[in-house]
Write a protein that binds this ligand. Sequence first.
Ligand code: SF4
Ligand code: MSK
Length: 666
Amino acid sequence: MAKKREITEYTIDPAAQKMIIRAESMGIGTAFSRADNMVPCNIGAAGMCCKQCGMGPCRLTKNGDVGVCGASMDTIQARNLTRSIAAGSAAHSDHGRDMAFTLKAVANHETEGYTIKDVAKLRQVASLNNIKVEGRSPDEIANELADLYISQFGQQRGVLVPTKRATKKRQELWRQTGVLPRGVDREVVEALHRTHIGDDQDYAHILDHAIRTSMADGWGGSMIATDISDILFGTPAPILGQANLGVLKTDMVNVVVHGHEPTLSEMIVAATQDPEIIEYAHAAGAKGIQLSGICCTANETLMRQGIPAAGNFLHQELSIMTGAVEAMVVDVQCIMQALVELASHFHTKIITTSPKVKITGATHIEFDEHHALTVAKNILKVAIDNYKNRGEIQIPDDKEDLIPGFSHEYINYMLGGSYRASFRPLNDAIMSGRIRGVAAIVGCNNPRSKQDYLHVKVVRELLKQDVLVVQTGCGAIASAKLGLMLGEAGLDQVGPGLREICETIGIPPVLHMGSCVDNTRILTVLTQMAEEGGLGDDIDQIPAVGLAPEWMSEKALAIATYCVASGAYVIFGGQSPIGGMPDRVKDSDHVLNYISEGWEKQFGGKLEFIPDPEEMIKASLAHIDKKRAALGLPAWDPTKFGKSGDSRMLELEALPLEQRREAIYG
Ligand code: SF4
Ligand code: MSK
């Protein structure tokens, strides 16, 4: 039975609430209202329905039920999950493939507008891959690196090259368990093959391949995407940015870029600075062009260029609800088809650009890196021409500052400086107990839960418990919108030990590490922490946990699985796609148990679905403390730590002499 929620049950974000009220007053549907109206099928939601062939769909509702072909509940759930992981891995990895082809084209001077911005990273990545760098030009190195990376997608035998960046111990574990991925495409194709009717029918064996497929993403396609994005557009470093719908401007042409691949958005950033385009905007009566981002495109342009983020996944419709967006330019992934209908109530043009993505009713201007700047300028001209068609607008004034851009290179540098960059200070802080552990809080928004609520609840609580938080994707934007990513602004909300570290190093307590493909940066940080010493010799020993409280996309499932394969405990909020109905169908939880206890036995990491945020927090802290105890580290004790040297000195200096003596000498 459909039930309409209150506005405050939809989202905690005041800007979003204002736009949902506007949508309701205009009779326009959004993902929030559609989620109310669309009651999910409980059998499908539990992963107990198979539609893999024309003899079905088969819905298994009782213990011992099998499909027409005889497929068991376990097999069907394992196949459903593996197919989702394959789709998520394919999406991320195809992004990586496009980046590799762009690098090749840039190295051969076949593109318009791109250069290799970070030659140091190019040389570093090339060296990691045993490509000779001495005495060679950046183009030569980039050419060879691009060839190597392009080959990783179609590789048929051998081992994906980036897996060599894992700890020696982890590589050996993967070898023993037989899950080392060969080529990205090979693993995704095999996942689809194995889950076709009449193939792999042992649930654990199917799920082994889910691990292998996800690793082809995390230690393959996504890692390649991050490497090349940094090489072409610069490795992120802290920069001032802003987030939320208040970044839209009343007197400028608002262009919102949405999707994932930075190739398009970076060129649109460049085109907005072109004098011809600025003049074109002035001639149209606008003060200029205000570019902003949604979803992971926002993260890409925010952390490299400081371009403001208009919001996360559920803000894509709400930004158009302002009436102030001349064009929303999209490429791939997380783009709602509903945008076109919603935009028809306003003047907004939805412009698709990828040869892979068209939406009925949208304007298609195909992007081509060979003419990138020209295409970007053409897109902006369409937006500028549309400025005159603007109707009544309502831009919420909500926005927050933030400092994004904490790449693993920058974290390493900030901890040790140019000459002694290392993860030693972070490891020491964890070992001493100033930092209790690390939490990566990532992933999407989902209109079935209150937007940003779970993200922010978990972030805030873990910070109070001295857990350092790193974030990517839409979760990062959730914290940014609430002001948790700005040095001082967040520090009054964190535990004493963590505060001491943040004040000493000069960092916010929540570190923005990028887009959803950039979860590989987190793998790199964890690997380097393990290699630094003092926290065991592999990721599964580090007091760390990964959370995706509001997940919705198949990419999130792929990320979770490669993190588990790498040794991490991963907690998802919301609904498990293979939750079964253990209360009604006793044996429907085998797969759920296997991805938790079964995977933990093999890889030291596990995947669990915990909808209640309090339980999520409890499980995270219990895991962190268990890992601390296993390492022989002191139990977390917040009373031991308090002020960093600087703030303590300032406090003491403010005291009259006698009291100062008393405070120091007792
Ligand atoms: Fe039913 Fe088997 Fe076909 Fe699935 S593969 S739809 S369980 S007959
Ligand atoms: S955009 S995958 S909603 S994080 Fe990467 Fe956000 Fe999730 Fe898309």
